[in-house]
Design a protein around this ligand. Structure first.
Ligand SMILES: [Zn+2]
Length: 215
């Protein structure tokens, strides 16, 4: 005997079980996204005005800020240091919620090594961002900086430092590095910390001043 397909029963199942099931699932999904929004969008620079979960005295000596990839949190106290930590935050591209640093890829290391070997030619009185990159601890055969009791430097720190050196302005940065920074995200993070705007202006003035002093 050939069994007839009971379409009415199939539609009944779809409308009474599957359809409401999907709707309920979607509602829970939206709820989950809403609850975790802060985590998903990334948090913002915490200010010194009492919203900080820690105070500077709790940090190891010499550490002026940090980025916690698991808490998705930037803690910093001075605008310049905040720029540095923002650099670490945009470096973390997060894969399925896990910290994933772009600067640990060949792409970044290759660009830095190429810049040092082929683009930048130091002279005896070289200064500025270019020279700071050339002499950066932990790259280009330079020793790590041990002055804080731990080894500081390397490609990941350089990424954050270049952002700070250049006053968080792509125009001040050696061209080869500009495309490796998510400027939109940097802009958004900086807006959480109004003092950064003033710091950036002062930083630009200092850069110009250094340029004049040199010539
Ligand atoms: Zn750092």
């Amino acid at each position: 005997m050939i069994k007839k397909i009971n379409f009415t029963k199939i539609f009944d199942t779809i409308f009474t079980i599957i359809f409401p099931g999907v709707i309920i699932f979607m509602l829970f999904f939206i709820l989950y996204i809403e609850i975790n929004k802060e985590k998903i969008n990334g948090i913002d620079v915490k200010l010194e005005d009492g919203t900080l979960p820690i105070n500077q005295a709790d940090l190891p000596e010499g550490v002026s800020g940090y980025y916690s990839p698991l808490k998705n949190l930037i803690v910093c106290f001075k605008p310049g240091d905040c720029i540095h930590e923002i650099g670490h935050k945009v470096d973390d591209e997060k894969m399925w919620g896990a910290p994933t640093y772009f600067t640990e890829t060949r792409k970044w290391k290759k660009a830095v090594d190429y810049y040092i070997a082929e683009i930048y030619m130091p002279t005896t009185n070289s200064e500025g961002i270019e020279n700071s990159i050339f002499n950066f601890p932990g790259i280009n055969d330079n020793p790590y900086d041990e002055s804080w009791g731990f080894a500081w430097g390397g490609y990941t720190e350089l990424y954050a430092e270049i952002l700070q050196y250049s006053c968080s302005n792509p125009e001040n940065m050696p061209e080869i590095f500009r495309k490796f920074y998510n400027w939109k995200k940097i802009d958004k993070l900086e807006k959480d910390y109004p003092e950064i705007e003033k710091w950036k202006k002062d930083c630009e003035i200092q850069l110009i001043k250094n340029l004049f002093d040199k010539n």
